[in-house]
Design a protein around this ligand. Sequence first.
Ligand code: FES
Length: 190
Amino acid sequence: MIQSQRGVDGPRDLDHGTVPPDGRPLADQPKWRQDFPIDWAQDEYVSRRELVKFMVLTSAALAVGQFWIVLKSAFSRHPAPVAGEPIAQVDELPIGGAKTFTYPEGSTPRLLVRTGATAFVAYDQQCTHLLCPVVPAFDAGRLHCPCHNGWFDLETGQPVSGPPRRALPRVRLEVRNGTVYATGVEGSTT
Ligand code: FES
């Protein structure tokens, strides 16, 4: 009985826009109800509207999330090219030849040595003893520091004789399409 009186078709107080549960005018209602009139029909309508709004927003968020996942997977099929700086052309040096370069820009001098048809090694040129520049001794398979007769292995940069105790910092290299790229430095440069 009460439920039917709460419907939108029940008596409505025009001053407050409410529908009391018992259907009587608001002036006949207890004081507490006059102070806090509640339009149940309007309240339920707002609740349904809020629910629909929530569902629409949730669906939109899910759709955006799915779209982002699709985009991410599409781009991940094409990995970004490996970073690196070109430091020489393969044909620029004969086997056994060498050149100095800086990497990254502004670094201490590095030494690039061609050790085979497509094989290169590169190290910090400063000797790890007292910072004299090392030079390639290709036939000996070594790098030589003339200051105190220090020697390093050409393939590893490790000290093999003389005062140096630490390996030369090594530059990581990649050869792509006839170009030698520096892609990083291994070991301390201090
Ligand atoms: S500076 Fe190289 S051996 Fe001393």
